[in-house]
Write a protein that binds this ligand. Structure first.
Ligand code: NAP
Length: 302
């Protein structure tokens, strides 16, 4: 039987509706409006498109949101001052500095300058530490891993006691999702294995997985025969493998492939995310959720 396709587009739309209601209620009952600033340095087309998407979503949800564009050659000290200005601005609950930053700027220094209580990307070492401790200690969850976890939970897969295998150990996906899945609590309590380029038998580990999360950035790395029948497969990979003409717009658009061969894998898996339309739409949505959480915490709303 073909796998259930977990649509990130649908789940993200559902969560955005929930957030919209929550924001309206916060405004009405408490006079609080979640505030998000996105800081963009330079004009990298991919970064421009990412921040535009974030701003559009923030507006749709009823946030106070602003886009702060800075020139490519902004001195590091000036960018740090700008971050500090937003750290002190009570209308702003979330600060997002779009990465990558130009080479003359130390990314770690800038991310560490963000007030951890406004770090809605959850990249600040304090928040990474809080995530590791888990439970109520973790204020924000990093956006892509939070999106992955939400997709698993909302698709009805039991995580408690499940064998979870994570392919990849990056700081933005692999390590945090592995850490989240092993915590006690909702959507977690799993037995987690993390595999990477140093792993001896990748296939054998993948075959054990009740839930297989793949974030390697290698098109079709995971072969269908590596998948346990009935498993839940979350494909985080987004790989540009060429271009094609869009029938809708007549413009050239990238051809995207996941890290899993979707067509073959869906005949074996129990549930699987597509690429595109799987994890991707969840990431921005979880950023919005973090900003709402931050505004609530700042205002003492439970
Ligand atoms: P990354 O920083 O390049 O990390 C990739 C990880 O995969 C590394 O840990 C690497 O192992 C491991 N890996 C690579 N090739 C492997 C192989 N052949 N066998 C085993 N492990 C292998 O990438 P990332 O930032 O985590 O992103 C991963 C993918 O997810 C990319 O396609 C990216 O575009 C996508 N992504 C999507 C979203 C979204 O919102 N949809 C968000 C973030 C990322 P080593 O550590 O040993 O090198």
């Amino acid at each position: 039987m073909a796998a259930k396709v977990i649509s990130g587009t649908e789940v993200a739309a559902q969560i955005r509706e929930e957030l919209k209601k929550e924001v309206a209620e916060m405004k009405e009952k408490h006079g609080v409006v979640p505030g998000l600033v996105t800081i963009l340095v330079g004009k990298n087309p991919a970064s421009v498109s990412y921040v535009t998407g974030k701003q559009k979503t923030a507006h749709e949800l009823g946030f106070y949101s602003m886009q702060d564009d800075q020139p490519e050659d902004i001195p590091e000290a000036d960018l740090l001052k700008l971050v500090d200005k937003y750290n002190k601005d009570p209308k702003i609950h979330g600060i997002l500095v779009q990465l990558p930053l130009p080479k003359h700027i130390n990314e770690k220094k800038v991310l560490s300058a963000i007030d951890p209580d406004k770090d809605v990307d959850c990249f600040h070492p304090v928040n990474v530490g809080r995530l590791m401790i888990g439970g109520s200690e973790a204020r924000f969850l990093p956006c892509t891993p939070a999106g992955i976890q939400e997709l698993i939970v909302r698709s009805g897969f039991e995580t408690s006691g499940a064998e979870v295998v994570v392919v990849g150990r990056s700081n933005i996906v692999g390590k945090p999702i592995a850490n989240m899945m092993l915590q006690k609590g909702r959507g977690a309590n799993a037995t987690v294995t993390v595999v990477h380029t140093g792993t001896k038998n990748l296939e054998a580990h993948c075959r054990r997985a009740d839930i297989l999360i793949v974030a390697a950035g290698v098109p079709h790395l995971v072969k269908p025969e590596w998948i346990k029948p009935g498993a839940c497969v979350i494909d985080v990979g987004v790989n540009r493998v060429g271009e094609k003409m869009s029938e809708k717009t007549g413009r050239m658009v990238p051809i995207l492939k996941g890290d899993v061969d979707f067509d073959a894998a869906k005949e074996i898996a129990g549930a699987i995310t597509p690429v595109p339309g799987g994890v991707g739409p969840m990431t921005i949505t979880m950023l919005m959720k973090n900003t709402v959480t931050s505004a609530k915490l700042a205002a003492g709303i439970r």
